[in-house]
Design a protein around this ligand. Structure first.
Ligand code: ADP
Ligand code: ZN
Length: 442
């Protein structure tokens, strides 16, 4: 297939299981997962209320008789109240990064860790990783699932691994160059920081040996992918996951890079309208909901991710049969309502990336000084585009203004700022400051 950007290698035959067999496997596994979940009082009560037992589950649709699980349920059962195994059986505890509110914990048994490594090995392989490669992990290591998740996935594939962890960009570049690293693992925003560091050092991708990037943990756009690929001289693959469900490895791109295959032999996915909670039509954007099928320590039933994406169940030329999810277009909880209009940070990013001369570093500041919301976007100018000439800067500002208005429907106050003046993030980038929240107005 000419559309494949890398050779299409399948790590595990389970990835290409025919749909019928996959559904039968899901049903068998769901029964066992319900048994496991029933060890947790929270789920046991819910199953009893819904009069659903592992034995009475007749079809996958029966799952919909259970209510959704939300982040607050995890918070209410802090720290490990939703654990289905005795403490002695836990092998690891991770936490969500706490992007929104306090962090929550998730436990893993030995078997859960093995499953997780397997799932990461699959998407790494489909995105070009081979045992002979060297991989640099520039994700944070710690409670955050990105670092350790990818770490054991890379080991499972059998590649050489450099656990560089996040930070110290000059050292990242030195390692990439001196150790002839083939594959970079980090967030898309940190990949850009590394690319900038490379440019600042007066060199470019030719100085490196990099071929692929496996990027995830935060929303990013197709334009951002193009920028990263050009600046680092790589093919960049997207992968998705969240700690509540397992961590990275819930889904990842195949060589077609047209959506991320969900690993449906381990998770059941639903896509629902976040307001009505009814399933959306195929291809329509909704909130993703996951049910784990094989977890021992922390099974999750119908977990609402707050991540917005669409599903595509058309057969994929790569042969993988897992349904594909689109890029995450935003989180229901990072949606800003500005003067009554819904705006996602990614819409702003998309608009900015479409205007030549800006760097993909920006900060949205929303305030309500009187009765009306005011929104400002600070945008960094690319080093070459910064001009002392007022007129040139004014023209650039107007282009940005128009692009923002076209993409979001609202007027932003545009502030052009000098290259490198906005804070850089080693992990997930922060793009919003909502002063209305700080003032208690929301
Ligand atoms: P937190 O919710 O605190 O950020 P996690 O570290 O578990 O906790 O991060 C999971 C979240 O990161 C997901 O719910 C999603 O919002 C985001 N995410 C992960 N991978 C991607 C990706 N490839 N694209 C967009 N968003 C992603
Ligand atoms: Zn595919």
């Amino acid at each position: 297939m000419s559309d494949f950007v890398v050779e299409n290698r399948i790590w595990n035959r389970a990835e290409v299981l025919p749909r019928k067999a996959l559904r039968a496997l899901q049903l068998r596994r769901l029964r066992r997962q319900l048994e496991q979940a029933a060890r947790v009082p929270f789920y046991r009560e819910r199953m009893a209320k819904a009069k659903l037992t592992p034995q009475s589950l007749k079809s996958l649709d029966d799952l919909r008789r259970l209510p959704f699980t939300v982040k607050d349920d995890l918070r209410r059962n802090y720290p490990l109240g939703l654990c289905a195994v005795p403490r002695a059986e836990l092998a690891r505890i991770h936490g969500s990064s706490g992007t929104t509110g306090s962090s929550t914990f998730v436990g893993y048994t030995r078997k859960d860790l093995a499953t997780w490594a397997e799932l990461c090995a699959r998407f790494l392989t489909s995105g070009g990783l081979r045992p002979e490669h060297t991989v640099q992990i520039a994700f944070g290591y710690g409670l955050f699932t990105g670092g350790f998740g990818l770490h054991y996935g890379v080991e499972r594939v059998g590649a050489a691994l450099i656990p560089a962890a996040a930070g110290n960009t000059a050292r990242q570049i030195r390692l990439l160059r001196d150790l002839e690293v083939d594959v970079l693992v980090c967030t898309p925003s940190y990949a850009l920081v590394i690319a900038e560091g490379l440019a600042e050092a007066g060199t470019g991708p030719h100085a490196l040996h990099l071929r692929y990037g496996h990027l995830g943990a935060e929303p990013w756009t197709e334009d951002m992918r193009v920028k990263i690929e050009q600046q680092l001289g790589i093919l960049a693959f997207n992968n998705y996951g969240l700690s509540e469900v397992i961590g990275p490895g819930v889904s990842g791109e195949c060589p077609l890079r047209n959506g991320m295959h969900i690993q449906e032999d381990h998770f059941i996915v639903e896509c629902v309208n976040p307001e009505t909670l009814e399933p959306v039509a195929e291809g329509e954007v909704g909130e993703l909901v996951f049910t784990s099928l094989t977890k021992e320590a922390c099974p999750v039933l119908r977990y609402r991710t707050r991540d917005l994406a669409s599903l595509n169940s058309e057969p994929c030329p790569c042969g993988r049969t897992g349904v594909r999810m689109s890029r995450v277009t935003g989180r229901t909880d990072d949606m800003l309502i500005i003067r009554g209009v819904n705006v996602f940070p990614l819409q702003v990013e998309e608009a900015l990336l479409g205007v030549a001369g800006t760097a993909p570093h920006y900060m949205i500041i929303v305030d309500r000084p009187g009765n009306l919301d005011e929104a400002t976007v600070q945008v960094e100018i690319q080093p070459g585009s910064f001009s002392d000439e007022m007129r040139a800067m004014q023209a650039l500002r107007e282009r940005i203004d128009r692009a923002l208005q076209a993409n979001t429907g609202i007027r932003f106050h545009v502030e052009l700022v000098r290259p490198q003046s906005l804070e850089r993030h080693l992990g997930k980038a922060v793009h919003v400051r909502d002063l209305r929240r700080d003032k208690g107005l929301l």
